[in-house]
Design a protein around this ligand. Structure first.
Ligand SMILES: Cc1cc2nc3c(=O)[nH]c(=O)nc-3n(C[C@H](O)[C@H](O)[C@H](O)COP(=O)(O)OP(=O)(O)OC[C@H]3O[C@@H](n4cnc5c(N)ncnc54)[C@H](O)[C@@H]3O)c2cc1C
Ligand code: FES
Length: 278
């Protein structure tokens, strides 16, 4: 594969200082930094974040602020994310990117469904939908109240009437009791949407895709696969005929149809072994 000027520029690692850290809940933090390429990122794009001495991992850009800073929102799940969430203001991280495709605004009525840290790329999308005056309903689904992220941001947007923000918890500790897609299904029975946007656990995305099909609604979703190079070379993020880093992470309905047999079914792990999607 021949690398373009764009690839070379975005793929060059930059060292940035952590400017601010916002705890979202006991397990998730939003980390702010300044980088000129990230400040023009589109909703849904991701960066490769180098945690010195540990690993490099893909994370979505969760916001681009008016002061030119950007953020990533990270859940502590293993070694690299634990090391990243342990860093302090002033510590340094490496950034490559932004990479990949982005969510595209289409239609006048949208339903955004996010599961857990899947809300990270959707926060920037919601900001774009608000700016473009699209009537938007957001559903954030998590296991329990403790796991909610961006709660204040979404409540503020809801109170000012910019979006309708709804919350679903599996144990009923906040908002609707059940899955985000259960709540989406009941809303879709009484209201027509032009598009559903989704990000989160792949089984949730699969269900959201099925809802989009049964309600004749357009669909875009951000998918995750194991990533190394992030520029379409190594093949570790393959899904059917696509590479998630280059052809995604945001896939439209037509591309998802091409890979629907893999969606929520299986993926390749870091050793290249085929494993079920949990
Ligand atoms: C495009 C994209 C965007 C993402 N955005 C976010 C985000 O905004 N916030 C967030 O908290 N998480 C995000 N993730 C997931 C995040 O990359 C993993 O949680 C992280 O890599 C785990 O690393 P670890 O060492 O802490 O955990 P490990 O114990 O190494 O792994 C835990 C899980 O993360 C997966 N994982 C590990 N390394 C990678 C890798 N290089 N590429 C993909 N998956 C990996 C493993 O397969 C495993 O399922 C995103 C993943 C992708 C592909
Ligand atoms: S991560 Fe290497 S091809 Fe996608």
């Amino acid at each position: 594969m021949k690398l373009s000027g764009w690839h070379i520029k975005n793929n060059t690692i930059r060292v940035v200082k952590i400017l601010r850290i916002k705890p979202e809940n006991p397990y998730v933090k939003t980390i702010f930094f300044r980088d000129s390429l990230c400040s023009s990122a589109e909703p849904g794009q991701f960066v490769m974040v180098w945690i010195p001495g540990v690993d490099e991992i893909p994370l979505s850009i969760s916001s681009v602020c008016s002061d030119g800073s950007s953020s990533i929102t990270v859940a502590e799940v293993g070694e690299a994310t634990k090391a990243l969430t342990s860093l302090k203001v002033g510590d340094l991280i490496g950034i490559r990117g932004p990479f990949g495709t982005s969510f595209k605004v289409t239609g006048r009525r949208s339903l955004v469904i996010g599961g857990g840290t899947g809300m990270a790329p959707l926060l920037m999308l919601i900001d774009r939908l608000v700016k473009e005056n699209i009537r938007t309903t957001v559903i954030e689904g998590v296991k329990n109240r403790d796991r909610l992220i961006f709660l204040d941001d979404l409540k503020n947007l809801s109170e000012s009437g910019e979006v309708e923000a709804l919350f679903a918890t599996e144990d009923g500790s906040y908002g609707f009791k059940g899955l985000a897609t259960d709540l989406a299904e009941s809303i879709l029975r009484r209201e027509k949407f032009d598009i559903i946007y989704a990000c989160g656990p792949e089984k949730m995305i699969r269900k959201a895709y099925e809802l989009a099909n049964s309600h004749l609604t357009d669909f875009q979703a951000s998918l995750e696969r194991y990533m190394r190079c992030a520029i379409g070379i190594c093949g570790s993020c393959v899904i059917g005929r696509y590479r998630v880093c280059r052809d995604g992470p945001v896939f439209d309905k037509k591309k998802i149809k091409d890979i629907e047999k893999y969606l929520g079914s299986f993926k390749y792990n870091e050793k290249g072994e085929k494993v079920p999607v949990i």
